[in-house]
Design a protein around this ligand. Structure first.
Ligand SMILES: Nc1nc2c(c(=O)[nH]1)N[C@H]1C(S)=C(S)[C@@H](COP(=O)(O)O)O[C@H]1N2
Ligand SMILES: [Mo]
Length: 449
């Protein structure tokens, strides 16, 4: 099925996809699915050539030794060149490059198998250039101003010494996560489910800092600023400057962080200092934080308004012409579950009659109430064992042991239901031009024998 080309993105699938499928040994299945499955061709295309070795019996690296990794290419448009790996100091080359200017890379779902996402596997999303790290991180300054009694300028050293440090497991998720599942394609980086991760972050509460500044009753919204230069190099332009309503800003779970997984926050993730506003689109979690501007009206920085980080009020015709009056900011991210083991494209020995599944689930501002799995395309469902979050805005790990009725081709489907009873849909609905809010059930192909 031909797909539109999306100019904004690095290629995901390549001309050699057929070759990859043949090498990967699920060629027959892949060919059928690639053309006939309505939920997004390639959503279950084996990703085994990523070759992590984490899944026993995965078709694995032996399938395609020389070729660049050929990950699952859910609903992604054929591009001029094949999928590429990220090459960046401190980051795993198993991350899939979605764009190199600005630098954007996602984590294949099966590499999100640890309870806490290692820094080298954490997805990367930049809108502008990556700023030069300061020689002395402790002198990094942030300003809190606007609708406050006492504007503050604080160095990193002062943040550390004047406020109580807090360490939390928090999910950071790009607002566009799941975009690749939209049909017709949404404009932007073609994330599958890998524009998310859950790290352990250390910093201070935004609310504590704002308490010291004294928020005025006139405060309505925040504007967040980072030090990253605009891609064009134009110093009068911000790469990105988003904000949140004051009520969300003052939520006690928001942090100004300087450490990730116990290490100084790497530059690529916004070090020395970034904001972490969990549950909402990642774009409000400003990296290289320089300023929190408390405003008396809705922020109008780069990435606010229009159809950016916005979803429809009344549903629109997929692919239709957007009416800007019909959009509102995407706030809480939707419920999502991922299967992190086995990897998509795993081959199990003939006669295998049970498979152990592992995954993660999260739901923006909410918790996850249930995860269910199916091996028969949703005809029947089995409830997974779901752990409680370690703290608010952590993701929830789940496991399930499922019987395999026979040899052959199976798809593992996983669906989560949030604390409000809202479940993941079968397909990406509520189409919008820039492709936000897609959270269809995750599907992983497994071949027994
Ligand atoms: N200053 C600045 N902050 C930023 C961005 C950016 O481009 N510049 N990208 C945002 C977006 S869209 C996301 S999804 C997250 C990604 O964070 P990560 O690269 O650490 O994974 O950072 C957010 N913070
Ligand atoms: Mo993002």
């Amino acid at each position: 099925m031909p797909q539109q080309h999306d100019k904004d993105t690095g290629g995901r699938s390549g001309p050699d996809r057929r070759g990859f499928l043949a090498r990967a040994g699920l060629a027959g299945a892949g060919a059928v699915i690639g053309s006939a499955v309505p939920f997004g061709p390639g959503a279950i295309t084996p990703a085994a050539a990523q070759g992590t070795g984490s899944a026993p019996g995965a078709t694995g690296s032996s399938a395609a030794p020389a070729a660049p990794a050929a990950p699952a290419a859910p609903a992604s448009p054929p591009a001029a060149k094949g999928p590429q790996q990220l090459s960046y100091p401190g980051k795993s080359d198993k991350l899939v490059l979605l764009g190199d200017r600005p630098l954007v890379a996602e984590t294949p779902e099966h590499l999100l198998d640890a309870d806490t996402t290692p820094t080298n596997l954490f997805f990367v999303r930049n809108n502008g250039q990556i700023p030069e790290p300061p020689t002395d991180p402790e002198t990094w300054r942030i300003t809190v101003d606007g609708e406050v009694e006492k504007p503050l300028t604080l160095t990193l050293a002062e943040l550390k010494s004047r406020f109580r440090p807090v360490t939390r497991f928090l999910v950071l998720e790009c607002g566009g996560n799941g975009r690749a599942f939209f049909s017709p394609p949404g404009r932007g980086n073609q994330w599958t489910n890998g524009g998310a991760g859950c790290a352990e972050w250390t910093g201070v509460r935004v609310a504590d800092v704002l308490k010291e500044a004294g928020v005025k009753p006139s405060a309505v919204f925040s504007g967040h600023y980072g030090a990253d230069p605009h891609l064009s190099g134009d110093t009068s332009r911000q790469a990105l400057s988003r904000g949140v309503p004051i009520k969300k800003l003052l939520d006690e779970n928001n942090l100004i962080v300087w450490a990730m997984n116990g290490e100084p926050l790497p530059t690529i993730h916004g070090g020395p200092v970034r904001l972490l506003v969990p549950g909402w689109p990642g774009s409000v979690s400003a990296k290289w934080l320089t300023r929190i501007w408390v405003r008396d009206k809705v922020h109008d920085g780069a990435g606010m308004g229009g159809t950016s980080y916005r979803v429809t009020v009344n549903p629109m015709v997929p692919g239709g012409k957007p009416d800007e009056k019909n959009f509102r900011d995407l706030e809480s991210m939707p419920v999502r579950s991922i299967v992190t083991s086995p990897a998509n494209g795993t081959r199990l020995p003939a006669g295998t009659r049970r498979v152990e599944l592992r995954g993660a689930a999260w739901a923006g501002d909410h918790t996850v109430k249930d995860v269910h799995v199916s091996l028969d395309y949703g005809a029947s469902w089995q409830r997974a064992d779901l752990k409680a979050p370690r703290n608010p805005y952590d993701w929830q790990r789940w496991t399930a042991s499922v019987a395999l009725p026979s040899d052959g081709y199976f798809e593992v489907w996983a669906r989560a239901t949030d604390s409000n009873g809202v479940m993941q849909p079968h397909i990406a609905g509520n189409w919008n031009p820039q492709g936000y809010g897609a959270n269809p059930m995750h599907r992983v192909a497994v071949l027994v024998g």
